[in-house]
Write a protein that binds this ligand. Structure first.
Ligand SMILES: Nc1ncnc2c1ncn2[C@@H]1O[C@H](COP(=O)(O)OP(=O)(O)OP(=O)(O)O)[C@@H](O)[C@H]1O
Ligand SMILES: [Mg+2]
Length: 460
């Protein structure tokens, strides 16, 4: 077994040991005193195996591999009696047989107030070209999720500024909401609009598996002014599965740090499906068998473990409100990841491709979207109004084909006549682009729009 140099040979005198330790520290970053070493015995494109570390390795520990290409970090994803399996953070596994590998312990995530306004990677390195990050308290040492009974109850509603959401699926602090849609329907745009909500002290944005080009668009164009209170954690699609798997946890730890400072935190995660893909990639590489559409069972235990950490904090602390996007493969809403995530969340917003194709953005389908906490947000009048709006929209959509065929003449059904007249106006009022001003009173905006249009029509 290979041991770290300070353990080799004769015991070093005190000053030599200190010098060695200093060198190790410099080599390993601020906090790292390397403990034990092993040797690489097998390399595949996505993983490598190490002999000699099994006795003290823990799942999730970080290791450092010293090879020809320099020092590379990876994470322990499987431990067996004789060897461990490591998934590297770099995209290409350039480990070689016989390379030395040292255990570094759990990854330190040490958020600091000054991280707001910054963009970092899954290993908490600044990637915005700014100064190195100041380190605060290591969150991995803290208990992360308050127990069910210690938690505050999900309480007060807040305005997102996006009219269709605030009317049909209003949200409360500490709620976990999913945005479900096929690819290219408008998830990221809606999430970025929601990330601009004024109600929050801190916003944590986790962009997982996004195309690199979209990241700046998301952060600079759509989030824009709110960036000062935003911490962005980015793992783009070209990064390793391990970075994409790590990023949501890092984001959650950052959110937990600010929650414990008493902040109302908004966590926006785009997308949980790409996180599930990364989990699948890593788990498959360790030989875990697939159980549902290629996903191994561990994916379905990791998803609730992550999402349960959002929610209201313990008494006296802040809260984490989570809005996450779920890509529904081939617009199939029964996809196993979508299914599993839907059960964990307190509501879902469904975006429809057909609505987007009509140019109605955000393409929210109010009939299939629900917020389980809407009851706490609406007043009695608002609830009655929303019920009425939904029934009109439903009549309008159900009869769309008949009307297109010209098989319905006005006058036969008074309710339907009202729907045919008003629903297009309602749709018009709910349309909103990222460049539009957020609405502070969507119900009044809608009423004003309807009144104006209907008056204009009757005046004609
Ligand atoms: N609110 C909006 N107003 C105007 N256009 C919009 C709006 N939302 C989305 N779009 C249009 O739809 C396109 C796709 O949106 P977006 O990138 O948000 O989709 P997505 O669901 O995140 O896609 P992907 O699955 O590829 O991540 C945008 O480029 C834009 O043209
Ligand atoms: Mg997107």
């Amino acid at each position: 077994m290979l041991r770290a140099p300070e353990r080799q040979g004769q015991p070093a005198p005190e000053d030599r040991l200190a010098a060695l330790e200093r060198i190790w520290r410099r080599f390993n970053g601020a906090d790292g005193l390397v403990k034990r070493g092993g040797l690489v015995t097998e390399v595949t494109p996505t993983h490598y195996k190490v002999r000699g570390l099994s006795d003290f390795a823990r799942l999730g520990d970080i290791v450092e591999q010293r090879g020809q290409a320099g020092t590379r970090r990876g994470e322990i994803v499987k431990i067996s009696r004789d060897e461990i399996v490591v998934a590297p953070f770099e995209r290409s596994a350039d480990a070689g047989i016989g390379d030395a590998v040292f255990r570094r312990g759990p990854l330190a995530v040490a958020p600091h107030a000054s991280w707001r306004g910054r963009t970092i990677d899954a290993l908490t390195r600044a990637i915005d070209g700014g100064s190195p990050l100041v380190r605060g308290d290591d969150m991995s040492a803290h208990a992360t999720t308050p127990s069910a009974m210690a938690r505050q109850r999900v309480g007060t509603a807040f305005m997102t500024g996006v009219k269709v959401i605030d009317i049909f699926t209003p949200l409360c602090f500490g709620q976990r909401m999913g945005v479900f849609a096929g690819s290219g329907v408008g998830k990221s745009t809606l999430l970025a609009m929601l990330a601009g909500a004024d109600a929050f002290d801190t916003v944590v944005v986790a962009l997982i598996g996004e195309r690199g080009r979209e990241v700046r668009e998301f952060l600079e164009d759509t989030i824009g002014d709110s960036m000062a209170k935003t911490v962005a954690i980015v793992a783009t699609s070209d990064e390793s599965a391990m970075m994409r798997r790590r990023a949501p946890d890092t984001a959650m730890r950052v959110a937990e740090h600010f929650r414990d400072q008493g902040h109302r935190v908004l966590l926006v995660l785009d997308s949980i499906t790409r996180f599930a893909h990364a989990l699948r990639e890593v788990a498959t590489g360790t030989g875990e068998p697939p159980v549902a559409r290629g996903y191994p069972a561990s994916v379905f235990t990791e998803l609730p473990k992550l999402l349960e950490r959002a929610g209201p904090g313990a008494e006296g602390k802040g809260s984490i409100t989570a809005i996450i996007s779920v890509l529904v493969d081939g617009d199939d809403h029964n996809d196993p990841v979508a299914d599993s995530v839907r059960g964990i969340l307190d509501g879902h917003v469904v975006l429809d491709r057909a609505i987007a194709e009509q140019g109605r953005y955000p393409p929210v389908n109010p009939l299939s979207s629900i917020s389980r906490l809407a009851g706490k947000a609406w007043s009695v009048e608002q609830r009655a109004l929303v019920t009425r709006l939904k029934s009109m929209i439903s009549r309008f959509e159900d009869t769309r084909d008949i009307r297109l065929l010209g098989a319905y003449q006005g006058g036969a059904d008074a309710e339907l006549d009202i729907a045919v007249r008003q629903v297009p106006l309602i749709y018009e009022a709910l349309t909103q682009s990222p460049r539009d001003r957020p609405s502070s009173d969507p119900f009044s905006d809608l009423a004003r729009h309807l009144k104006g249009k209907l008056n204009a029509e009757s005046g004609d």
